[in-house]
Write a protein that binds this ligand. Structure first.
Ligand code: ADP
Ligand code: MG
Length: 698
């Protein structure tokens, strides 16, 4: 007789599951017995032995047993029922804020009680709040648990005990039905799936609790490996789907390539040339390119993007470059116009602020194909924008956009192509980021992308020297700024606020700007912030670039991409409030020319532990990758990438930081399944990501 597959047994088959409960379970994504088995405990408590009251420790959970010595209703800030429970070793307080008359009558002096709860430090020393309890009468005491007790993730309207019994029933099915091993036998699997699930839902007494708590138990590691593999497969599958659609093949044109380089005024670094070759090879194929270029701030990604655009344009395709801010897109426009005009390439520009006739003209040029290079903000990818024949999209500073936005852009090309007579082509896609993505994260959140790294700065740069100064010495700093500016160095003064409010931040910057102008009358001070009109912002940036402004007071709007090589001094106020990657981005605005640059981190003492770690890291290194790893360590992956970027990657057992070491093996395993056992791919993704497969819709 063949065994039933556990993934095909509906939860309705379990005892006590009626229509109502099965609806609740469905809301939690649980429809089969397999789903229940993969609904894993968050933690465990030990109810296998009775602890002496005198020996219990705060913040641990314990089973205790004793006599009630005293019982009173106490009227404090909140009315509560307070019992003193005693055994041979000591006494402890039980406190109930919610209780009924029956409870009050049962919990009288002399009653014998077994309790379980977490020990807290309360008004009267050790206390248990609302412990689970059983009255013991007669000769046969209640039995103790034989295994550690799992605690499951909470869910509305489903009691812990309920979910516990359901999972225990689900475990019984493991004996008689079949759960499919979906990982190849050779792949890091020294624990059978059945054994791992049994252990995690019903850990035997001798299971080391500390390993379980850390997620380091081999059974957990076994599942974490499988879970990461499922996520990885989901991204690979997405990639496969995209790459099934053809892209236009873009031939490399050596002549145009060299014509562009000849007028640049510098030669590419080896790293730029290498990455550019990677891209060029990708473009010369009908498989859509999906490539991420990581390069630290100032490593020269823009030129690499321009070379890619040329390859598209000489093949009679349009290239689009999207930047996250107006300032940055304007800077790109200036660069590309300077570079491309001599080559006879027409550049269009589209941002959200462009309105009316000017906008209509640009839209027309994009639609009829007379604009070959199109530069803009997210406005580029609104519905009203139709490309004539988009062959390449370039996304700059990818970290500002989410995974979903990135995926949405892919569709742009195919839809606009549909609107024209050409076939159903996808554009190639190039993604650039200066926020180095820690290697571990890059492999998981970006598994669908090929990766190139520009790991070299153009020659002649001197590393930025970072100084850390308490804001008590702000006046000294201002005097240094005066001297620097008088010596011809341009300076940024960056204001930061904790609140994520544009308006407040702008106000703070305004105040700082007028104050600085007041004490530095001999300098030309200007102000740029997010509340200015786009035109004003751009005008100020252009004047700063032209050297007409000595001191630019700015909010963090200048964080991304701005390139003014003559600016060599930056002051960041309240630097302790910013995250590491943001500080690194900001600091990257200086150190772009050949003169020595300085970055002053002003902070208001006292610093928190994290704050001082961050500032110390900034002082010690300029290496974006080291900073990113540190950031990951301090904040965790969700924060580093932003939930938008992790695609809300909800992991059940795995932890990217703890299990990062597995990722290389995970990648191999996923690839091997994809090629040797494609029949397992959907089952694995379904098991771990279920309906919530966040990449499926993309
Ligand atoms: P990022 O990688 O931060 O986007 P940019 O593309 O803005 O860097 O380049 C930073 C500056 O370095 C620009 O002024 C650019 O013209 C210059 N640059 C880029 N590549 C080179 C090179 N190979 N040699 C000298 N300067 C370069
Ligand atoms: Mg850039």
């Amino acid at each position: 007789m063949t065994q039933e597959l556990i993934e095909q047994i509906g939860v309705q088959r379990l005892r006590g599951v009626g229509p109502q409960l099965s609806q609740k379970l469905e809301k939690m994504g649980i429809t089969t017995v397999q789903d229940l088995l993969f609904h894993l405990p968050l933690r465990y408590v030990d109810k296998t032995k009775i602890s002496p009251i005198g020996g219990v420790q705060t913040f641990t959970s314990a089973v205790i047993e004793g006599h009630i010595k005293a019982s009173d209703v106490v009227f404090g800030r909140r009315r509560s029922l307070v019992c003193r429970l005693q055994d041979h070793s000591g006494t402890i307080t039980l406190r109930f804020f919610h209780f009924n008359r029956a409870q009050q009558q049962a919990l009288q002096p002399g009653a014998r009680l077994r309790c379980f709860g977490e020990v807290r430090r309360g008004q009267s020393g050790a206390e248990l709040y609302h412990p689970e309890y059983q009255l013991i009468d007669g000769a046969s005491p209640p039995t103790l648990e034989k295994t550690l007790t799992p605690v499951y993730p909470m869910s509305d309207g489903l009691a812990q005990t309920r979910i516990r019994t359901l999972c225990q029933q689900a475990l019984d099915y493991l004996d008689n039905s079949q759960i499919r091993e979906l990982l190849p036998r050779s792949m890091g699997v020294d624990y059978s799936l059945t054994a791992a699930l049994q252990l995690l839902h019903r850990p035997p007494l001798e299971t080391p609790l500390n390993l379980l708590a850390e997620g380091e138990h081999p059974a957990q590691q076994r599942l974490a490996f499988e879970e990461l593999t499922a996520h990885h497969l989901s991204l690979l599958r997405l990639r496969q789907r995209i790459q099934r659609q053809p892209a236009p093949q873009l031939r490399f044109d050596k002549q145009e390539h060299q014509r562009f380089l000849a007028q640049l005024g510098f030669t590419l670094t080896d790293a730029q040339a290498r990455v550019s070759r990677d891209i060029s090879r990708d473009l010369d194929s009908t498989v859509p390119m999906l490539r991420l270029v990581q390069g630290d701030v100032g490593s020269g990604k823009t030129v690499v993007a321009a070379l890619a655009a040329i390859q598209a344009i000489v093949n009679d395709q349009q290239a689009a470059l999207m930047a996250p801010t107006e300032i940055l897109s304007d800077q790109h426009r200036t660069n590309f116009e300077n570079w491309f005009r001599p080559l006879g390439i027409r550049v269009a520009w589209l941002t959200g602020k462009l309105k009316g006739k000017a906008r209509a003209i640009q839209l027309q040029a994009i639609a009829d194909g007379s604009a070959q290079m199109v530069i803009g903000t997210h406005a580029l990818f609104q519905d009203s924008v139709e490309f004539c024949r988009l062959g390449l999209t370039i996304i700059d500073e990818q970290h500002r956009f989410g995974v979903h936005q990135r995926l949405a852009l892919r569709k742009k090309g195919s839809r606009s192509d549909l609107a024209t007579t050409s076939s159903d082509h996808l554009p190639h896609q190039l993604i650039m980021t200066a926020t180095p993505i820690p290697r571990t994260l890059a492999m998981s959140a970006y598994a669908d992308l090929d990766n190139s790294i520009i790991d070299e700065l153009p020659p002649g740069r001197t590393p930025v020297e970072t100084l850390v100064i308490a804001d008590l010495r702000r006046n000294d700093v201002i005097q240094r700024v005066r001297q620097a500016c008088l010596d011809g160095r341009q300076t940024y003064w960056v204001c930061t606020l904790i609140e994520e409010s544009d308006t407040l931040e702008a106000q703070a910057a305004e105040i700082t700007a007028s104050e600085l102008q007041l004490v530095l009358p001999e300098l030309r001070v200007a102000l740029v912030h997010g509340r200015l009109k786009a035109g004003e912002k751009l005008d100020i940036m252009q004047r700063f670039k032209a050297g007409e402004i000595n001191l630019l007071v700015a909010t963090t709007v200048i964080e991304v991409g701005v390139d003014v090589p003559n600016a060599s001094l930056m002051i960041i106020e309240n630097a302790e409030r910013l995250g590491l990657s943001q500080l690194h981005q900001l600091r990257g605005r200086v150190g772009r020319g050949s003169q020595r640059s300085h970055c002053v981190l002003l902070y208001s003492p006292p610093l928190s532990r994290q704050g001082s770690e961050r500032i110390r890291t900034m002082r010690e290194t300029n290496d974006g990758f080291k900073i990113a790893e540190k950031d990951l360590q301090l904040r965790g992956p969700g924060e580093v990438l932003g939930t938008r970027q992790t695609g809300d990657m909800q992991l059940r057992v795995a932890d990217l930081q703890r299990d990062g070491h597995m990722l290389e093996a995970v990648k191999q395993c996923a690839n091997s399944i994809l090629h040797k056992h494609p029949e397992n791919v959907d089952a694995l993704i379904d098991r771990w990501l279920g309906n919530s497969d966040q990449y499926a819709q993309a």
